[in-house]
Design a protein around this ligand. Sequence first.
Ligand SMILES: *Cc1c(COP(=O)(O)O)cnc(C)c1O
Length: 396
Amino acid sequence: MTSTAGSARPLLNRRLAEFGTTIFAEMSALAVTTGAINLGQGFPDTDGPEPVREAAVRALRDGRGNQYPPGPGVPELRTAIARHQLDHYALTYDPDLEVLVTAGATEAIAASLLALVEPGDEVIALEPYYDSYAASIAMAGGTRVPVTLRPSEGRFRLDLDELRDAITPRTRLLLLNTPHNPTGTVLTRAELTEIARLAVEHDLLVVTDEVYEHLVFDDAEHIPLASFPGMRERTISIGSAGKTFSFTGWKVGWVTSTPELVAAVRSAKQYLTYVASGPFQYAIAEALALPASFFADFRADMRAKRDLLSAGLTAAGFDVYRPAGTYFVTTDIRPLGESDGFAFCRALPERAGVVAIPNAVFYDHREAGAPFVRFAFCKRMGALEEAIERLSKLRK
Ligand SMILES: *Cc1c(COP(=O)(O)O)cnc(C)c1O
């Protein structure tokens, strides 16, 4: 840790001291220096639909969104978000009072926590968790309470007793994520029913990160937590165009909730970015109105990639947790005679020319995540085939 001259005091404050650097930066740098295929960070290596890109160009040329858009987001996009929630989930939201556009899901998460958490409040999050959760809870002064998803019968499962035991009088909020990054788990109707019951019983707020809502495979179904009895009035639902339309660089996300909760989140959001992504907001309004066939094709394409990479990883000797959703597959490296995911991932670019992420970075209980490694399959088929070919060497 760097100190200011003549002072023992570290530059980075205590709240953020543990978040100095991310593994993604280290691994992506390794990918560049070694020429490895980067299956680490979760971004697609092809852009989203051409008509949506063209809609952004049109907005730029027509001077829509080049100056500060309205604080809550442009009306066209708020209307499209409300329409999307209605068409896909039969959830009704008032575009003027119950929808807020944010700078990606990341800002929606940060603003929600900054708005709703008092220092000392406990926030329960499913572990392993998306890396920004821990930092956002810390910036809000909250205390994170991880509830660990544990592998059983080919899937990472939520232990509902463990969740129940984690709730204390200090618990303010549940921070959920389904479909779940990095494990690929999609919470079932039975699990969500019990989560909802606990939230109502203990009068908890719930922030649900549903950025992978359109990436569920086979029999899995994404059911928004807000659709369960008693939940709409206590749930902040978060979506993002980055994952749904493969434009992660545009940073268009959103919140849907009650007028009171949306107003609270907006209070924090307006002093983070105020507004963002002006012309892209108009383009995403058009994207959300794409026909059902777009979403079906996107899902089918990702399912084929999941199947290809899962089969390749199995053939290479990994134990594979076949994901029901998201674009990540979590593996267990122990069948390869390895047990430390960090060491394995640091060596993998040299050894096999592929970059992956050790799941331990997503855990407070690092030992619980030690043997698990995450690979992203949101990449071109050719890149996945080449990665599989390279990984097949591990077995020899
Ligand atoms: C990618 C991701 C985000 C961030 O979404 P942005 O819209 O890019 O900010 C949030 N949550 C999860 C689980 C993600 O995987």
